[in-house]
Design a protein. Structure first.
Length: 128
């Protein structure tokens, strides 16, 4: 099972989601940004690295939110969601073709990756 991280970045009453660009795995699907935890890396370090690489932003990881398990055809993942605050930088799209700030009640209107859905459901309950 692979550990994968997800950033829960909240601005006001909205949360950041991003759509994977054409040519990327799961292109066209929406997700909470993040990525695979590398060997010897903590989930928090993974989020800092991934958000710098994919969005050009520096972040502070504030705390664990929730995990989600999902069996994709290529293998199982454990998605680890953390609350994250942007410290520096403006969002640049490097692995995604779009991002949106979305009210948690609107998350079901987006085609989220399956592992992200339980996180979205939790946020709707917690932040509504």
């Amino acid at each position: 099972m692979k550990d994968v991280t997800a950033a829960i970045i909240i601005k006001g009453e909205e949360v950041l989601i991003a759509r994977r660009a054409p040519g990327e795995k799961h292109a066209g699907s929406w997700e909470f940004p993040g990525g695979k935890v590398e060997a010897g890396e903590t989930p928090e370090a993974c989020l800092k690295r991934e958000l710098a690489e994919e969005f050009g932003i520096e972040v502070k990881v504030q705390g664990f939110v929730k995990s989600s398990l999902y069996e994709y055809p290529q293998g199982s993942i454990r998605l680890l969601a953390y609350r994250v605050k942007i410290l520096h930088g403006e969002i640049e799209l490097r692995a995604h073709d779009r991002y949106e700030w979305v009210g948690v009640k609107q998350l079901p209107n987006y085609e989220l990756l399956p592992a992200d859905v339980p996180i979205a459901d939790y946020l709707r309950e917690y932040l509504s």
